[in-house]
Ligand binder design. Structure first.
Ligand code: NOJ
Ligand code: CA
Length: 541
């Protein structure tokens, strides 16, 4: 255990202190291309986000995470960065960013950026220099290897978007590693100069005042490039996409990754009150080490298993139980339910379950990250063939892997282009089943207003934002659990079926997804189909 006395109060682990903001606040994820367009080019931008801050505050969240807005050729819509310390003109200027940051802070909102450390764009000056010659001073900033004697790539590794994870480069006659697109060459964190340059990029934004980072695709930071081929995945089915046909035994979660994260955390911790969040895809065993033995790696390593769990109460309860049991001492949970890479939760769980799903996300122990639009019940859009944008869908079509359906613009109003833009947006506008934001804002019974009440309840009850989790009842259709902090005790009852369900729980209903309940106290709760109810069971509650 570290000596706490020489650490600033804000850096000490939570058990010694009041909880940190990143433990109690809800984080709201913004996909900037699709949030709000301010200049009529059909693409969202930073000034657009700033113009919508009041709506974000009204939702009750305490932080925003903004997906990449750095200069980029947009081969992977900003996850191919060509300058880590700038703003793409499409999204605005650095001055626009500073203005957004100040406006967010003035409203008490924290701002988290997306840091993309494992690959740059092939247009980044570092890569242009690296590929120019084998003796370039930046050659080793990327991962170059000779072909095998037959000319094939150095290993059999398949890239995340299909095809080989290696790209041939004619100029210098070698392959470079590219785990996603060829336009996203992998950065070599084993090179000390590259490491310094990347950590400096983090400092650039921390110095400007950002409150932390969500770190992209971190599991690939230290590939064992000379370790050989990947074995086949015995559980693979084609619907999983080509990359999952192998076990990434050499590419993902290699020991060097943890040193990289430790360095990132040191930089983060040299500023007060910041947060480091990891896109740590993998099994429970893969993810837990990302907290660090001394809680010195990610504050919040994402756990994604809910995205691939059937929407059934028993399966979800079992997942939460396994997760809770695996968390090391001092680790703060964060279970993911949606983001810009996956089918909308309202489509995965079913539109009728959208409020139940939102309730689960916002009442589980740990930090919820709410993806833009999920508060309104956005479901997947159908993207016509000629409007497909996502490179993954273009490369591996027809398997449902494409991410455009969850990336359509925010439908703010019912007027042309949804109040998102004055012109046809980059992806078609799609309205959720309950209608636009404006429509939902004026309807007290809307999903949006339910989300606001739910988040307000979470803020009002320490049991929900900080309390313990205890499973009370599980069946195939109903999930019931208690959240408790001292005398503050709430019981969350979720009906994941389309029929009414009796639950032996008693208390004062403080929230229902189906509108106001008239009972002051219930002895035996009967949940309506697809209903979520939160009972206050505090003494005198
Ligand atoms: C994960 C990001 O969330 C995704 O959108 C992106 O395509 C890959 N990492 C590559 O950066
Ligand atoms: Ca714009």
């Amino acid at each position: 255990m570290k000596d706490m006395t020489d650490m600033p109060a804000s850096h000490r682990p939570d058990r010694q202190n009041a909880p940190a903001w990143w433990q109690t606040e809800v984080i709201y994820q913004i996909y900037p291309r699709s949030f709000q367009d301010s200049n009529g080019d059909g693409i969202g931008d930073l000034a657009g986000i700033e113009s919508r801050l009041d709506e974000i505050v009204a939702l009750g969240v305490g932080a925003i995470w903004i997906s990449p807005f750095f200069p980029s050729p947009m081969a992977d819509f900003g996850y191919d960065v060509s300058d880590y310390c700038g703003v793409d003109p499409m999204f605005g200027t650095l001055a626009d960013f500073d203005s957004l940051l100040a406006a967010a802070h003035a409203r008490g909102l924290k701002v988290i950026l997306d840091f993309v450390p494992c690959h740059s764009s092939d247009q980044h000056p570092w890569f242009v220099e690296s590929r120019a010659s084998r003796s370039s001073s930046k050659r080793d900033w990327y991962i170059w290897r000779d072909a095998r004697p037959d000319g094939s790539p150095p290993t059999n590794w398949i890239g995340e978007f299909g095809g080989s994870a290696w790209t041939w480069d004619d100029t210098t006659g070698q392959y470079y590693l590219s785990v996603f697109l060829s336009e996203q060459p992998a950065l070599n964190w084993a090179n000390p100069d590259l490491r310094t340059a990347m950590l400096d990029a983090m400092r650039f934004w921390l110095d400007r005042g950002v409150d932390g980072f969500r770190v992209d695709a971190i599991i690939f930071a230290a590939p064992d490039v000379d370790g050989g081929d990947h074995p086949p995945n015995p559980d693979w089915t084609p619907a999983m996409g080509p990359a999952r046909s192998q076990l990434q035994t050499r590419l993902a979660h290699q020991p060097g990754v943890f040193d990289v994260v430790r360095d990132m955390r040191r930089v983060t911790d040299s500023y007060p009150d910041r947060v480091l969040i990891g896109e740590t895809s993998g099994t429970l065993n893969d993810v837990m080490p990302y907290y660090g033995a001394d809680m010195d790696l990610f504050h919040l390593p994402f756990y994604f298993a809910m995205l691939s769990t059937p929407w059934q109460a028993d399966a979800l309860s079992a997942l939460v139980a396994r997760y809770e049991a695996a968390l090391p001492d001092g680790a703060w949970p964060t279970l993911v339910l949606g983001n810009h890479d996956i089918s909308r939760i309202a489509s995965r769980a079913g539109v009728a379950q959208a409020r139940v799903a939102l309730t689960l996300l916002l009442t589980l122990r740990g930090t919820p990250v709410l993806y833009q639009g999920d508060e309104m019940g956005m479901d997947n859009a159908t993207i016509p063939h000629n409007r497909v944008q996502d490179p993954w869908e273009r490369r591996v079509p027809g398997l449902g892997l494409g991410r455009d359906p969850a990336r359509t613009p925010m439908p703010w109003t019912d007027i042309d282009h949804g109040g998102f833009s004055t012109t046809e947006p980059w992806l078609p506008l799609h309205l959720p089943p309950e209608g636009s934001f404006a429509r939902q804002a004026t309807d007290p019974g809307s999903m949006l207003n339910y989300a606001r009440r739910l988040i307000a309840l979470r803020r009002a009850h320490s049991a929900l934002s900080q309390g313990t989790y205890r499973q009370i009842h599980v069946g195939p259709d109903v999930m019931v659990f208690e959240r408790r902090a001292g005398t503050n005790r709430l019981v969350v009852c979720l009906n994941m079926s389309a029929t009414a369900q009796g639950v032996s729980a008693s208390g004062v209903p403080v929230l229902s997804s189906c509108g106001n309940r008239v009972e002051a106290f219930v002895r035996k709760l009967v949940l309506a189909p697809n209903e979520a109810v939160i009972l206050d069971v505090s003494p005198g509650g």
